[in-house]
Design a protein around this ligand. Structure first.
Ligand SMILES: Cc1cc2nc3c(=O)[nH]c(=O)nc-3n(C[C@H](O)[C@H](O)[C@H](O)COP(=O)(O)OP(=O)(O)OC[C@H]3O[C@@H](n4cnc5c(N)ncnc54)[C@H](O)[C@@H]3O)c2cc1C
Length: 391
């Protein structure tokens, strides 16, 4: 067992941390709620990241990224995750990062040229439309959006919501039922839908508790939305297989970013506890605060090792389904609890918008729901463990 970080990654992390200090933290105050940074400023920072060779850790080199493995991605995302604006600046934000991986995995050469190339370069944005308001997103086998083949076209009809990033996206990857009579996991396929297609209608940007991501979390309607048959992504009926392939790495990237937010909150808690005095001594002398610091240190360390372990298994091509589910619910809990303690130590300041803690806190609540709620990941883990005992 070797826990040391390879020298080349030490150097990449140092350069990312340097960029964060110089360009990211100083610009956090310029974020507009639900809109993010001014697009011109964001573009300028993205170009600087590219010039320094730090663009898109998860994107293969042939498509202009850093092409790091999952452990490498983990080690850089825990720095990038320290700021809510950094993932977009470094080309590793959801949902585009997951869509790049999905296209790289399953797109035809023509689709790669048309959709993957500009997306990987950060020239356009995309969205992923699976969840529907009428049926359980935790059990997407019940999806109702239909895609029917007519001649050499797909005709899509359906209703989605929480399609993150849909406002301003160039295209959507849409999960639709193509074979209604097939077994549950073979009913759906993924289809590429350019946002300019007639019948692709953004009903509204759903207002949410969180700090709001660029492009919103939209309700979308498909009404006789026609796209060419060749817009099918991967094979017909393989939608759920592809969704698993997309969500595995996607979840691990979320967990890595959460570590960054948790670690920054932890550092803020320690610094503030040392300088703020109450009842004649710094807060750091109170046993309750010391317990919060010790518990947070233990939990962050555990979540970090669990995340890197899942990443390590994925780099080796091993099945990491259980490990990913473990960190999805455990990491979300750690993020929430550490930010919560940091807010408590900061008192009213923690509740204000003068620090990043309040937006971390609002975003942390969603972490227990998106990409599968906690309960479903616990179910996956328990079922797998129990099956082994049964066998
Ligand atoms: C910020 C955010 C961004 C999102 N972005 C996207 C996106 O880009 N694209 C997209 O397609 N979707 C997106 N989603 C949707 C997300 O993936 C779904 O919300 C999630 O899968 C849960 O589905 P649901 O909301 O329909 O909840 P439901 O499936 O209705 O579940 C409701 C609750 O029931 C409980 N529950 C469900 N199943 C079980 C079980 N087996 N055991 C015990 N309890 C259970 C859980 O507590 C769960 O929270 C996003 C959601 C959020 C919050």
């Amino acid at each position: 067992m070797d826990f040391s970080i390879p020298p080349e990654l030490v150097e990449i992390r140092r350069r990312i941390a340097e960029f964060m200090e110089e360009f990211v933290y100083p610009n956090e105050g310029r974020v507009v709620e639900d809109e993010g940074l001014d697009p011109a400023l964001e573009r300028e920072l993205q170009e600087e990241v590219k010039a320094r060779g730090l663009w898109a850790a998860n994107v293969p080199r042939e498509w202009g990224g850093m092409g790091l493995g999952f452990v490498g991605q983990g080690l850089v995302n825990e720095i990038i995750g320290r700021s809510t604006i950094a993932p977009r600046i470094f080309g590793s934000a959801a949902p585009d990062a997951g869509n790049v991986e999905l296209l790289h995995l399953s797109a035809t050469n023509a689709q790669k040229e048309k959709y993957l190339k500009p997306l990987a370069a950060g020239l356009v944005r995309s969205c992923f439309a699976m969840t529907e308001p009428e049926v359980s997103g935790a059990d997407p086998t019940g999806l109702r959006t239909r895609a029917v083949r007519e001649g050499d076209e797909w005709v899509i009809n359906g209703h989605k919501w929480f399609t993150s990033g849909a406002l301003g996206a160039e295209f959507a990857i849409v999960m639709a039922v193509t074979s209604p009579d097939a077994p549950p996991h073979k009913r759906a396929s993924m289809i590429l839908v350019p946002a300019a297609t007639r019948g692709f209608e953004i009903v509204r940007n759903v207002p949410v508790m969180g700090s709001g991501s660029v492009g919103g979390h939209c309700e979308v309607r498909f009404e006789d939305c026609r796209v060419p048959f060749e817009n099918l992504l991967g094979e017909e009926g393989k939608g759920f297989e592809l969704a698993q392939a997309r969500l595995g790495p996607g979840r691990i990237q979320h967990c890595m970013r959460w570590l960054g937010a948790a670690q920054r909150s932890f550092e803020m808690m320690c610094r503030y506890a040392l300088k703020r005095e109450s009842f004649g001594e710094p807060l750091a002398r109170k046993q309750t605060v010391q317990s919060w610091i010790a518990d947070s240190a233990a939990e962050i360390n555990a979540a970090r090792l669990m995340t890197l372990h899942a990443a390590w298994k994925m780099d080796r091509g091993e099945d990491a389904r259980v490990e990913i589910s473990l960190i999805k619910f455990y990491g979300a809990r750690v993020l929430h609890d550490v930010v919560d303690r940091a807010i408590q130590v900061h008192g009213a300041l923690g509740y204000s918008k003068d620090t990043p803690l309040e937006s971390f806190y609002r975003d942390a609540r969603a972490a227990r729901i998106y990409d599968g709620p906690d309960e479903v990941h616990r179910m996956v883990v328990a079922r797998r463990i129990l099956r082994e005992f049964e066998e």
